[in-house]
Design a protein around this ligand. Sequence first.
Ligand code: PGA
Length: 240
Amino acid sequence: MQFEKFESVGQLVEKIVKNITEIVVKKPEAVLCFACGETPRPVMNRLIQMKKSGEINFSKIKILGLDEWIGVGRETTGSCAQMLYDDFLIPMDFRPDQIHIFNGLAANLDLEVEQANQFIKDYGIDFVLLGIGMNGHIGLNEPGCDPMAKVNVISLSETTRKVMTKYFNDTIFLTQGITLGLSQLLKANHVVLMAVGERKAEIVKRVLNSDVTPDVPATVFKNKEKVCFFVDAEAGQFLK
Ligand code: PGA
């Protein structure tokens, strides 16, 4: 894993955007997987700006969603689908055939799992942008998860249930999520773990200082060469 601390979020965003655009130039039909929410938003905003000014052409790429809360759909503010659509997919004018994301309201979750596994089997993942949860979770692979897992439905940890309330207007009681599995994320051609802000400083330090353990899911990326762990000065404040 290559670790790099950037002076500003802006510099970190430029690095990630350069990474993504180079991949798409080489492979216009690349599959890009994005986490949703606060962390990846500045990257999305920069890509939207570049699209509007005609600097990039993403008309052939495919977008794969990373995770979703079970029990909410796109119409619920705070769902991953809502954030991905409003923050990125709509402003980027992606067509429905370019998008594969989870439906947290699906009546048949087994089918939801199967379809995402099939998508990855068919197309692979060229690039994935991941955040890190306060407990080290990746996507919704929570502490104690199976590093060999493919797409799976999981029980949300106490920490995640607390943290997630920031995304919902109403008090919503959710206990489960669906997520791409660590084994699939580890096989992606390029992986960027991104952490910004002071609140992530402790977990960034913990990931870098601890051995590889499913108790801190982000650590399973440590022995992988093609993984970049990029943090801003605040998230990396305890590290050189
Ligand atoms: P955040 O979440 O972007 O809300 O900090 C990161 C994560 O849980 O992966």
